[in-house]
Design a protein around this ligand. Sequence first.
Ligand code: PLP
Length: 368
Amino acid sequence: AVIEAQAQADTRFWANSDSPHGLGQEAKQALHAAKKSIAAHLNCRASELVLTSGATEANNLALTGVFEAEQYRKEPRKRILVSSIEHPSVLEVAEALQTRGALVEQIEVNATGRINLEDLRSKLSQDTLLVSVMAANNEVGTLQPIAEIAEICHQVGAFVHTDATQWLGRMPINVGQWGVDLLSASAHKLHGPKGVGLLFSRSGLPLAGQQHGGGHQGGKRSGTVDVPGALGFAQALQAASDEPDWSWVRNLRERLFEGLASRAAPVERISPTVECLPNTLNLRFKGVDSEALMASAPTICCSPGSACSHATPKPSHVLMAMGLDREAAGECLRFSLSQSTTAEEIDQAVELLAEAAGYVRSVMEEAA
Ligand code: PLP
């Protein structure tokens, strides 16, 4: 359905949606319909959405745009709080803003990855400009109490941003009920096109656009809008909300866990058992290097708990924030299921991973 929506847009609505001619206006109408449809799923107005190239750009725009707009005030607030388990597209932006005078602090999480609300309260002040806490974590699946967090932050007048990239399309979102001022998401996490995302920014919120140019999207994001991408995103979101039942996926995830816990023991569950995304499972295969495990089961598409793009493997900051040490983080794998994952695939994954874990353990024992 997404491919069809995009193909139709590519052939019918290929004109620049900001051009005043007839074809441009048709594209503009199609874009508006797509934005309206996405907005209905978030319970916001179409005019509160800025389409971006993905959640990375949306997160950059949220933090930098709010910080920059604040600089026009007589006594700008300087403090930005981010949770310690944010995606790098939040953490690194906050870090970069320090060179422009921002005072950045991280909020602690507990062993399941939940925000420590006491730590949040103790770090909030009248100088806090913005608090960014992701709705659901991408590495372990932990969900955050966003409405409660927003209420606490609003008591000192701070704006609240949530990165809902992992939440959208899996569970309903109501920005009004959450009470957030900004929200980021990405189409490709729900089978939409890659390179398309959005930032919700509450009407009237001061936000300085980061792309300078033709003043598209109310000046918040200059650049010709990707109309086919927007239609694909709207279609993907519609399809996701037409299939709201994730209990089957949850059951498959438990089948994966139980299979691996018995066939590849000792295995430790890192993802929480409650307040967790329905499709995410992070496991530690004790004594098994995760990169070696992936290399021994190359047909299983999953992610390691450390990034080997560096000379020395860099352990996941999320797992470290949850209290794991480097060795434990290096033994973790994250699995993401979707509504198209089958029971046969799960059984096959258990088989292949159990065999691979046994092989890696035996090689490591020989080498020791
Ligand atoms: N935020 C979270 C929580 C993510 O999981 C991702 C992607 O993995 C991003 C942001 C970045 O999204 P994008 O690839 O659309 O830039």
